[in-house]
Design a protein around this ligand. Structure first.
Ligand SMILES: CC(=O)N[C@H]1[C@@H](OP(=O)(O)OP(=O)(O)OC[C@H]2O[C@@H](n3ccc(=O)[nH]c3=O)[C@H](O)[C@@H]2O)O[C@H](CO)[C@@H](O)[C@@H]1O
Ligand SMILES: C=C(OP(=O)(O)O)C(=O)O
Length: 417
């Protein structure tokens, strides 16, 4: 298993390009199933989850070519409505394929998706919504069987603005008969990217970014060329990396609008952050201050996918910060690892109290999930001595060669196999 070896204490300095968004490209790769044609997709990061999604699509009959950051996918000869179980178990977003496969093949057989162990992550909202569109859904022996001779538009009121469920409905409803209205839809920017991709194929989706999305089903979708949005969580992670190392970094190809909630917390911690010529400039303060409260919420609230990185930052800030994780019930596994590095953290259910310490000390720690792993890397960048982060395959799910990116900013980090 690969590990990162990190020598702490070097401030990050320079410019770095933010890669395409994992959480946008994955549903978009599911959407290619719908057009039975060619999709040219630019700005596709080379992540483990993207490689898994490519393997899934290839196993179904798609042909896929990668030319640098562009994927050329031909979905015209898909021959199956089943997805290999081992691949489905590798990542959570495989569930997004359900709506697309059902729309194209009228039936689908699926095992329960895997992904980061950050909570129970049920899929009841996905299944309930597909039923509302007319699908028959049976669950038996760990498999989900869905079929529908004709999907029909419906009014769907989500009990919670689930990102994945919103995407699944958008995919299934795009080829359904009639109009679907999703109320209490997720408002994440990646939902907007999916809307734009579907519309570029000739679909009729509007409202993404608000809590009501309207999809008018069409008979056929066409070939498409599209560029994936920048990854807002990668941008946020690099901003925190800059803050924790007392650095100064220019983030290129990042959208400031997408990370306002993260920026406002970093400013509270003392950072200076502004936009210049479409770049985001992040300058760390001499002394980091604690952020009183950080509460994760659906977009545009503070993202749960940034909670771990922000916790790493607060372990070395002056004062006490209080975190409340409202999205996932088991997303503090990184805390025990940070404590091994000398952090002062107390957890009580959904609340974590972090009292900043003068310094972290290097040791061997283990990534327990994607963002928690990234948080340990950030802690390693400032810890005294050499930190070894194990199980970095988690980090590879969401960061395209993270070590190269940090090295280019002056960090001492190497991957060893
Ligand atoms: C690939 C992708 O885009 N992943 C993101 C997506 O995950 P994902 O789409 O899985 O997240 P959801 O928005 O669906 O989940 C949010 C909450 O709703 C619950 N829930 C969800 C579906 C359901 O049927 N029933 C149910 O109870 C979940 O357990 C969780 O507590 O949004 C999360 C919340 O912003 C992010 O952390 C993930 O990075
Ligand atoms: C939790 C995440 O991803 P996934 O939903 O793919 O597990 C994440 O990106 O932080």
């Amino acid at each position: 298993m690969s590990q990162f070896y990190i020598k702490g204490g070097l401030p990050l300095k320079g410019e770095v390009e933010v890669h395409g968004a994992k959480n946008a490209v994955l549903p978009i790769l599911a959407a290619v199933i719908l057009n039975e044609s060619e999709s040219i997709i630019h700005n596709v990061p080379n992540l483990k989850d993207v490689r898994t999604m490519i393997l899934i699509l290839e196993s179904m009959g798609c042909t896929i070519k990668r030319e640098k950051n562009t994927l050329i996918v031909d979905s015209s000869s898909i021959h199956t409505n089943e997805v290999p179980e081992d691949l489905v178990r590798e990542m959570r977003s495989s569930i997004i394929l359900l709506g697309a496969i059902l729309a194209r093949h009228k039936q689908a057989k699926f095992s329960y998706p895997g992904g980061c162990d950050i909570g129970l992550r049920p899929i009841d909202l996905h299944l309930k919504s597909l039923k509302a569109l007319g699908a028959e859904v049976k669950e038996s022996h760990g498999y989900i069987y869905c079929k529908s001779s004709k999907l029909k538009g419906a009014h769907i009121q989500l009990d919670y603005p689930s990102v994945g469920a919103t995407e699944n409905i958008m995919l299934a409803a795009s080829l359904a008969e009639g109009i679907t209205i999703i109320r209490n839809a997720a408002k994440e920017p990646e939902i907007h990217d999916l809307q734009e991709f579907i519309n570029e194929m000739g679909g009729k989706v509007k409202g993404a970014g608000s809590n009501t999305i309207i999809i008018e089903g069409v008979k056929k979708l066409n070939k498409v060329e599209y560029t994936i949005m920048p990854d807002r969580i990668v941008a946020g992670t690099l901003a925190v990396a800059t803050a924790i190392t007392q650095g100064e970094v220019v983030l290129k190809n990042a959208q400031i609008e997408h990370i306002r909630s993260v920026i406002s917390k970093l400013v509270e911690a003392g950072c200076t952050i502004y936009e210049e010529k479409k770049n985001i400039i992040v300058k760390a303060p001499e002394k980091l201050m604690a952020i009183e409260t950080i509460r994760t919420l659906p977009y545009p609230g503070f993202p749960t996918d940034m909670q771990a990185q922000m916790m790493a930052l607060m372990t070395v800030a002056e004062g006490i910060s209080i975190f409340t994780e409202t999205i996932f019930e088991n997303r503090y596994k990184h805390a025990a690892q940070l404590i091994r590095m000398g952090a002062n953290i107390k957890i009580d259910g959904r609340v974590a109290i972090v009292e900043g310490v003068k310094k972290l000390t290097a040791t061997r720690v283990s990534a327990m999930d994607l963002r928690g792993g990234a948080a340990l890397v950030l802690a390693g960048l400032v810890a005294e001595g050499e930190t070894i982060v194990e199980n970095i395959y988690h980090v590879d799910r969401g960061y395209d060669r993270f070590e190269n990116c940090l090295q280019s900013l002056g960090a001492s980090i190497v991957r060893k196999n």
